[in-house]
Write a new protein. Structure first.
Length: 455
């Protein structure tokens, strides 16, 4: 496990209430430079991620991160439209909106340097709505509009619904936020690529920690969303745990529907198992607005105080932000933490993010991991298009499978299974009343793809 230089960060203690976003159209963001020590705070007047601002001149580091060498904004030919299909509204709308922030940063960086193949890049945004039916509808709309390259996606189930259409219409999908392992195994498609660390990668990292840093934990309870990936994630973790730490076992499990508004029955179910604060651990596979809701309802019942370790698999600081100074100590096991990587591309990404309007209901010192995923998915596409010298599906697919490109986590490339071979990052956050926004984050470590993708 590799350790990275780390400083404290803090986020606001507030819930994530995301404003509704248009289900179609082109979103704009900005590229900029600013000291990494500055923060992006919340504002009651903001309208979610990526408000309408103009792109500034890109720095040399930004140019290197985009891979673009053209200068100025003299575009030739028609704009290149790339579909962005993600969950933009509802309890988990923050996932799509934060991913859109990242995608737009990449678009603005490249457009500031001449676009790709001389063409201006535009995003056509549609709302996935966590609905396979809506996903199919929008994929058909993209096809009718001549859009063959699509990114975004929160739900793996929606990607599975989109996959047959992508194959039928010869469209490509580079998912930003999906994590279901089946997309690169039993449901693998040559037309679908994944940027986010998948559940298997995160579970391998968590099981490794359960056998090393968390070896004193004896019983692991679990809470996850009640959907395909949630069940598969918990089941796989149990198997990996049994191998990595034979002295530990799994205990109570609660599966929470995406649509749940009252989480108390699930919280009480976990408490009924009488977890031991000295030896019990909680596998926490909730994210987005649902994680915030669960945290707020669990806090008065002291759920998190019953566990020695709380491991947020695929979660992020929106959870800690919701509880602020009262938040528990939690380990996040996900793909990216902005303070964990020191390279010009990450710095350019952070600098660009600093110029964005505040994200409604969330204070951040750096880009969220979903913003990273949207950004890196777009970098993958744009570098592949540049390498291929074409936007044709077959040419871009060939390039995606072969190129190595610079990302905020360093040089990365896609594994033959079409998952991005990038590190899983593990970091800690906890409530701290002395911190500016009520809590601090520290201790970033990474588990490389040589471990998480080992055959």
């Amino acid at each position: 496990m590799k350790k990275h230089r780390m400083t404290f960060a803090a986020l606001a203690a507030c819930s994530l209430v995301i404003a509704a976003c248009s289900s179609a159209g082109t979103s704009t963001g900005s590229s900029s430079t600013a000291p990494p020590s500055q923060s992006q705070g919340s504002s009651s007047s903001s309208a979610g991620g990526g408000g309408e601002t103009s792109a500034s001149s890109a720095s040399q580091a930004s140019t290197e991160s985009s891979g673009s060498t053209a200068s100025g904004s003299g575009f030739t030919g028609e704009p290149l439209k790339i579909g962005f299909l993600d969950t933009m509204t509802g309890a988990n709308g923050n996932v799509g909106q934060l991913a859109l922030q990242g995608a737009q940063i990449a678009v603005d960086q490249w457009n500031a340097q001449g676009g790709v193949l001389g063409r201006k890049i535009e995003l056509e945004v549609k709302d996935e709505e966590l609905s396979p039916d809506k996903t199919v509808q929008h994929m058909r709309e993209f096809a009718s509009e001549g859009i063959n390259l699509v990114t975004g996606f929160t739900s793996s189930a929606d990607v599975l619904a989109a996959k047959p259409l992508a194959e039928q219409n010869n469209q490509l999908i580079v998912t930003a936020g999906t994590t279901d392992t089946s997309l690169t195994t039993t449901q693998h498609s040559k037309n679908v690529y994944e940027v986010a660390a998948n559940v298997h990668m995160m579970n391998v990292a968590a099981a490794h920690l359960a056998a090393t840093e968390w070896k004193d934990t004896k019983v692991w309870d679990g809470v996850a969303y009640d959907y395909l990936t949630g069940h598969d994630a918990w089941n796989e973790f149990g198997k990996l745990l049994a191998t990595a730490n034979p002295n530990a076992k799994t205990g109570k499990t609660a599966f929470v529907p995406f649509t749940a508004t009252q989480d108390t029955p699930f919280i009480n179910s976990l408490l009924a198992g009488n977890p031991d604060p000295q030896s019990s651990a909680l596998y926490f596979f909730l994210f987005g607005g649902g994680a915030v809701q669960f945290a707020k309802q669990a806090h008065p019942l002291d759920l998190f105080k019953q566990y020695k370790v709380v491991a947020g698999i695929g979660a992020g600081e929106e959870f800690s932000s919701a509880l602020g100074a009262e938040g528990p100590h939690i380990y996040y096991v996900h793909d990216y933490f902005y303070q964990g990587y020191d390279n010009p591309v990450n710095q350019a990404f952070i600098d660009a993010w600093k110029k964005l309007p505040p994200f409604q209901g969330l204070n951040l010192y750096g880009p969220h991991e979903w913003t990273y995923e949207g950004y890196t998915a777009m970098l993958a596409y744009l570098n592949a298009i540049k390498t291929a010298g074409s936007t044709e599906t077959d040419a871009v697919r060939t390039a995606l499978s072969s190129i190595e490109f610079d990302s905020p986590m360093g040089k990365v490339k896609f594994d033959p299974s079409n998952i991005l071979a990038a590190p899983v990052t593990v970091w800690q956050c906890q409530g701290d009343s002395t911190a500016q926004f009520g809590y601090k984050c520290f201790g970033a470590e990474s588990v490389g793809p040589d471990v998480t993708l080992a055959k």
